[in-house]
Design a binder for this molecule. Structure first.
Ligand code: HEC
Length: 135
């Protein structure tokens, strides 16, 4: 029984990035989400709101400050220290800068979601279903 629990905990910590937040809410107390995971959740919330605003013809006024720190946030597997991760973060920030400039927010919003997909096809593919809904 005890061994099962240990195995469960170990496998949870290794598959954390494969689960969607919905699936994880039950087990959220069992491990601490990394700084990077927290930032990713903020990015999901921001993107959802941005998508709704654009659909309603509204302007996206602000980007949560935390998101600009994404590339410095500590990942569960220290992804933030990998050069692939830093390279893939570039296009995401470029898209955000486009949104911030406010020229064509719909265009740059799409670019931002493309950047999520590009990084997630290299790093943990689990959240892809969440990302696809942001298209
Ligand atoms: C530069 C790479 C990169 C980009 C860009 C990126 N992600 Fe992530 N994402 C990751 C990594 C790595 C993790 C795993 C973090 C961890 O487990 O510490 C992650 C985790 C997640 C998670 C799971 C969070 C959780 O609850 O544990 C979601 C959801 C997510 N990303 C959505 C997105 C969305 C939406 C975007 C675009 C707006 C995006 N990601 C852009 C690399 C990226």
């Amino acid at each position: 029984m005890r061994l099962n629990i240990i195995i469960l905990l170990v496998s949870l910590s290794f598959t954390a990035c494969k689960n969607s937040p919905e699936q994880k809410t039950n087990s959220a107390e069992m491990y601490e989400a990394s700084e990077l995971s927290e930032t990713m959740r903020t990015m999901v919330d921001f993107s959802k709101q941005a998508k709704t605003s654009l659909a309603e013809g509204k302007h996206i006024d602000s980007i949560p400050a935390e998101i600009w720190e994404m590339a410095k946030a500590t990942g569960t597997r220290d992804e933030h220290l990998e050069s692939d991760f830093q390279t893939l973060a570039g296009p995401y920030f470029e898209a955000l800068r486009g949104i911030e400039r406010g020229d064509s927010q719909s265009y740059y919003y799409r670019k931002s979601i493309d950047a999520c997909k590009a990084c997630h096809s290299r790093y943990c593919g689990g959240p892809m279903s969440i990302i696809n809904k942001l298209d």
